[in-house]
Design a protein around this ligand. Structure first.
Ligand code: FAD
Ligand code: PYC
Length: 413
């Protein structure tokens, strides 16, 4: 054990402060109450203080910060989306990500690796070409590449994928990156705390009081709070909160599972995704292989993991990387993905005055953490949707004006 760590453990006084202040009591009222201490809720609290000077803010988290999908995700960050709305939005997020470690004075282990979406069929290749052209049009660095380029970037790959699904090419997105997920929650939490927001863990929202179509308070497991503005950022729990304000959305919840291997020597630099094999993989700074697949094919609000998932994912992973056959799977887990019919999020104002929604983040919301916080803080502070979220309003389902992002949201679904 390093000497500095030992000294820290045995010291009576700890010179390094906690990440954020533990407040014994809730205040009677706040200007803004944020439900959910995941990356999105904490980031909104941070930008409310930083950009709008709104600091009388409470973030209410029923468990511990980052314990939801923020701490369960596989941390892929990219902006190679399909729709103009998506590309511009995620591109702004990638820009914000690049400065975050410095801004927080906390190492988020942001690692630029390059991202490949593999195409195994002609039609997949056509979609990659489409995405590349939209991306380039908006200044995002994406290009269609051939199998040789893929092999050069990942020499251990079997380009024939066991003969089942030969790789014909890929969408290569140089800015594709990964980051340390917990640190993102800690960084935004620390930053929000420094600006005056209060973070209350172990505090569950049980009800929202609406009078005359306007929010006027929140019932929590620790008592009642007066407020006129509530931001809901609870990912897989969104339908439960929406019941409290009687808002209907087309959200549906599916489990999304992932797993990691034992740590092995670094051999994989880029992030690889195969829609046809329904798998993706990257190697973490610790050497673990971080792997995932598509959504579980049933609607259920549960974070249970299954053997079926490990078997299916491993079989397809071995098609691509047969040399991994002796590598052990160390752990697996699941999160609850709040899915929309068009695979774009739901952000902005709602029919209830003072109730704002940041939801529909399904399998793709980690990368959006910075831009969600920034745009939702703007929306809450000014009561006007930020221009970058116009394509994501709840109204679009009523107006049949969907933002079809299925071809780029994450793995094949
Ligand atoms: P969360 O982090 O889930 O936070 C919501 C919080 O709300 C939780 O902590 C919860 O406890 C709290 N809460 C709920 N109800 C209440 C209540 N009543 N009162 C108080 N608190 C409450 N996205 C990517 O961009 N890239 C990826 O590679 C990626 N991989 C993924 C892999 C997996 C396995 C999963 C499950 C998801 C993945 N995602 C990925 C999606 C991403 O994780 C989520 O979209 C994102 O983390 C959502 O963040 P959030 O802050 O909105 O929600
Ligand atoms: O959003 O890129 C993504 C992603 C990959 C796996 C899960 N989400």
């Amino acid at each position: 054990m390093p000497w500095r760590l030992l000294r820290f453990a045995t010291a009576k006084q700890h010179p390094e402060p906690r990440m954020f202040t533990a407040h014994a009591e809730l205040k009677k009222s706040y200007d803004v109450v944020i439900i959910g201490g995941g990356g999105h809720g904490l980031s909104a609290a941070y930008y409310l203080g930083r950009d709008h000077g709104i600091t009388n803010v409470a973030v209410l988290e029923k468990g511990y910060i980052g314990g939801g999908n923020t701490g369960r995700n596989t941390t892929i960050i990219r902006s190679n989306y399909l729709t103009p709305e998506g590309v511009k939005f995620y591109d702004e997020s990638v820009r914000l990500w690049q400065d975050l470690s410095t801004e927080f004075d906390l190492n988020l282990f942001y690692a630029n690796r390059g991202h490949f979406t593999l195409a195994h069929t002609d039609s997949a290749l056509r979609t990659m070409r489409w995405r590349a052209e939209v991306n380039k049009h908006y200044g995002v660095d994406s290009e269609v590449v051939g199998p040789d380029f893929v092999k050069q970037a990942a020499p251990m790959i079997d380009l024939s994928c066991g003969g089942h699904a030969p790789i014909l090419g890929a969408l290569y997105h140089a800015p594709g990156s990964v980051a340390r997920h917990d640190a993102v929650a800690w960084g935004y939490g620390k930053g929000a705390d420094l600006r005056g927001a209060e973070i209350h863990q172990q505090t569950e929202v049980l009800g929202i009081v609406v009078k005359g179509g306007k929010v006027c308070g929140v019932q929590t497991s620790r008592g009642f709070i007066e407020t006129n503005k509530v931001l809901c950022a609870v990912a897989g729990f969104t339908p439960r909160i929406l019941e409290m304000v009687d808002i209907k959305t087309p959200l549906y919840i599916h489990p999304l599972q992932a797993m990691v291997s034992e740590p092995i020597k670094p051999w994989l630099d880029p992030i690889l995704v195969s829609g046809s094999l329904h798998i993706y993989i990257s190697q973490s700074a610790r050497g673990e292989l971080v792997m995932g697949a598509s959504l579980d094919p049933y609607e259920v609000q549960s974070t249970r993991s299954t053997l079926d998932f490990v078997e299916g994912l491993s079989a397809h992973m071995l098609d691509m990387f047969p040399f991994l056959s002796h590598v052990k799977v160390m752990r697996q887990w699941a999160g609850m993905a709040d899915m929309t019919p068009d695979f774009a999020p739901i952000m902005g104002k709602t029919p209830v005055e003072g109730f704002y929604l940041d939801a529909g983040w399904g399998t793709w919301g980690f990368k959006a953490t910075p831009v969600c916080g920034k745009t939702m803080a703007h929306t809450v502070a000014t009561d006007t949707p930020h221009p970058l979220i116009h394509g994501f309003s709840l109204d679009r389902f009523r107006n049949y004006a969907l933002t079809g992002e299925k071809g780029a949201a994450s793995v094949g679904h």
